[in-house]
Write a protein that binds this ligand. Sequence first.
Ligand code: CU
Length: 134
Amino acid sequence: MPRPRSIVFVFALALNLGLAAALAAGGCSKNKGTNPVTTTTTTTETFDSRTLVSGTPFKHTFSTAGTFAYHCTFHVNSTPSMTGTVVVKADAMSSAASVSVGSAGNNFDPTSVSITPGGTVTWNLVSVTHTVTR
Ligand SMILES: [Cu+2]
């Protein structure tokens, strides 16, 4: 008995129609302009240590030149605000810097450090509960 080729053909045709319908419905289409507009920023450095653990330094490598403010999530609204700054510039003295966290209350010490692009800042928790967040 010969194979029922017509049944196979109809099945294949149904699959093709299904795929065409899915494409027409936008299930697998290119961007049609309905997505939110993407905002381009020049300060791409973001990081979040979460709650720092004593003895476990938090590090971030800065690839972009610029001035980057950061804060402690728990104490950004304290008085004084627990904030710090990393300045990344080609003529900085070093590619590495260390910051003590909570050495004198809710503080970063030093408050501001400078490194060259591609350099790394290391934060070390001294006391209590803090984060390094940007
Ligand atoms: Cu803090």
